[in-house]
Design a binder for this molecule. Structure first.
Ligand SMILES: [Zn+2]
Ligand SMILES: [Zn+2]
Length: 242
């Protein structure tokens, strides 16, 4: 039976150097539940290493956590990559890490990059600077994610920086992507390449979580079901962007 599920599929944790250190797993989950979200995706810059802790923090709550990452391609395009399982994300994480330049983070300039447990206790710090482009093209990223059964959604395509439109000038048609993400409903449909459109908060602070969301009609709160909705299978669909 289909039901309505409220999702925010673009949330950073404290591991992203540009995100607030308050973005710990337990606090993210609490805020998402307060915001009446049913599904969130955790999408740190070029890393998936805090996702397991968020999944653990959510295990006692009616909140599905989709394992994800926001990848920055060689063209400086941000892409949400979302996976069906933590194992697939971990495989992707190891691959991306090898393609991330060997540049050390300077916490005074970029911010700290802590790996934390579900309560937010710091386990260690990621030393490689995560906010760099990896040395893979947009298409290599998209096909790599698909090979692991995941989906790719170009992030905030309507923004002036790090978006497929800002970097390429337009959204190529025929890319094997499942949707594009907008940060506001300002773009006309014909500028969005004919793809399905979602919106999400791109939260870097707790207060941002759930401020933008996509309502789906699904049978269950999972990535498999979202993939089906984006293909319009069996009545599943995007209901509304809020
Ligand atoms: Zn981004
Ligand atoms: Zn982001």
């Amino acid at each position: 039976m289909l039901s309505v599920y409220s999702s925010d599929l673009h949330i950073h944790t404290c591991l992203s150097p540009c995100a607030d250190l308050e973005m710990t797993p337990a606090k993210i989950v609490r805020k998402a539940v307060e915001a009446k979200l049913d599904i969130i995706a955790i999408t740190d810059h070029n890393s998936g290493k805090n996702v397991g802790a968020v999944m653990k923090a959510a295990s006692d709550f009616p909140l599905a956590v989709i394992p994800g990452m926001e990848v920055q391609s060689r063209e400086e395009v941000h892409l949400l990559s979302l996976f069906r399982s933590l194992e697939s994300l971990e495989e992707w994480d190891a691959f991306v890490y090898d393609h991330l330049p060997d540049v050390c983070n300077d916490p005074d300039v970029f911010g700290h990059q802590p790996l934390v447990d579900e309560e937010g206790y710091v386990l260690c710090f990621e030393e490689k600077l995560l906010i760099n482009s990896i040395d893979l093209s947009l298409e290599e990223v998209i096909y790599g994610v698909r090979d692991l059964g995941g989906i790719c959604i170009p992030s905030h395509v309507d923004k002036e920086a790090f978006s497929i439109i800002s970097q390429l000038g337009y959204i190529p048609r025929g890319l094997p992507i499942d949707a594009v993400e907008v940060s506001s409903a300002s773009k006309r449909e014909d500028e969005l390449g004919g793809y399905e459109v979602i919106t999400s908060s791109d939260a870097h602070f707790l207060r941002d979580i759930g401020t933008k969301k996509t309502l789906f009609s699904l049978e269950a709160p999972s990535l498999e079901e979202i993939q089906r909705a984006l293909q319009g299978e069996g009545g599943r669909r995007i209901i509304e962007l809020l």
